[in-house]
Design a protein around this ligand. Structure first.
Ligand code: NAP
Length: 332
């Protein structure tokens, strides 16, 4: 569903005639166009250049326009050129999602946590751990992805809408992992029809999953002692043409995707708040020493009062740390 949200306000003239992106609003318009284009069939199986037309759609250009967006069937989109800092930060953070395609899906997960690693209070209240800029970031991730995935615990606690109402962009398909059918039949996400919704349950018990699923469609995956086979679930989503997938929480769900090695990118937003006890973020099997801990390469972005670590789980560790990027890129 598309919401009647105005385009982001740009404080500068845009777009520049030379293809330069002058603001985050310019960058967002281009990113949405790139994401729309990858969803349509017919992207060339060769490198190609595209420019943004006045109607915000892409047009292939054959002359060597140095600022045109480049499509490479092997590596996805790139946007060369000198762009204003806010636009470059947006491209750095979001462009990888725009290249998801059959055979090269992208799975990204995000958690917003306190500095002591909690994503909600003991009672399950998580409104709001992080600030407005990070919440806008979540809506942008939803808009660029084909589906957003949440665990039953999140729906039981929050019944989130999982739409893109704070940014321009289309709503993703919503997927609720609910093998024990514990999400109540009255849950808004199963019934509001704001976006296509899937309730994921055990393949051997689809009849149970259909009961109380409301307007949601039921999708099955093999289940071992209560744990859904997430790899099989992802394959079923890809078969439906859903190639950019956003795992939005909560901690149990993101931890399971991480432990199964299914994430390409893990984002942790850290807010300057101390919760002290409550729902934990990541929980992984114990490791004996610090040497055994995951230390993936990451980039740091500033979002209002929060900072966001974006970890690349497909690259080998390279010791990247905050000191390597002293001027944090700012996402507003
Ligand atoms: N700050 C944030 O970023 C953020 C984001 C989202 C949610 N939250 C908060 O986090 C809390 C919920 O998080 P949570 O960690 O407790 O729960 P959760 O991850 O939302 O849901 C976990 C449940 O989902 C089902 N599930 C997930 N993966 C599964 C798998 N592979 N196989 C089978 N079932 C699977 C299971 O349901 P069953 O138990 O029924 O088997 C599991 O217990 C809420 O308070 C919410 O407000 C915070």
């Amino acid at each position: 569903m598309r919401h009647p949200v105005p385009r982001l306000v740009s404080t500068e003239l845009s777009p520049a005639g030379d293809g330069t992106l002058r603001s985050d609003a310019d960058a967002w318009t281009l990113l949405l166009a790139l994401a729309r284009r990858r969803r349509r069939p017919g992207l060339p199986d060769r490198t190609a250049a595209f420019r943004l037309r006045d109607d915000d759609e892409l047009e292939e250009v054959h002359d060597a326009d140095p600022s045109a967006a480049r499509w490479d069937p092997g590596s996805g989109w790139s946007v060369p050129g000198e762009h204003a800092a806010p636009a470059r930060a947006m491209l750095d953070l979001y462009l990888p999602l725009c290249g998801a395609r059959p055979g090269s899906p992208v799975v990204i997960a995000h958690l917003g946590q306190s500095i002591d690693g909690r994503i909600a209070t003991h009672s399950g209240d998580s409104r709001f751990v992080t600030g407005e800029a990070n919440r806008r970031h979540l809506h942008r991730l939803r808009a660029l992805c084909d589906a957003v995935i949440v665990g039953a615990g999140t729906v039981a606690a929050d019944d989130p809408q999982l739409t893109t109402r704070h940014v321009p962009g289309d709503d993703p398909v919503r997927v609720v992992l609910d093998p024990n059918c514990r999400v109540g039949a009255a849950a808004g996400v199963l019934n509001d029809r704001r976006a296509p919704t899937l309730r994921a349950g055990e393949a051997a018990r689809l009849g149970d999953a259909r009961r109380g699923a409301g307007a949601a469609e039921v999708i099955g995956a093999p289940c071992d002692r209560g744990t859904l086979d997430l790899r099989a679930l992802l394959a079923a989503l890809h078969a439906r043409g859903l190639h950019a997938l956003f795992v939005e929480g909560g901690g149990v769900t993101v931890s399971q995707f991480l432990a199964a090695g299914l994430l390409d990118t893990l984002q942790i937003a850290i807010a300057p708040v101390i919760i002290g006890s409550g729902r934990p973020g990541l929980q992984l099997p114990a490791v004996p020493s610090m040497r055994d801990c995951l230390r993936p390469p990451g980039r740091l972005f500033r979002m209002g009062e929060d900072v966001l670590w974006s970890f690349d789980l497909r690259s080998p560790p390279d010791g990247a740390d905050a000191a390597a990027s002293p001027d944090l890129e700012r996402i507003s």
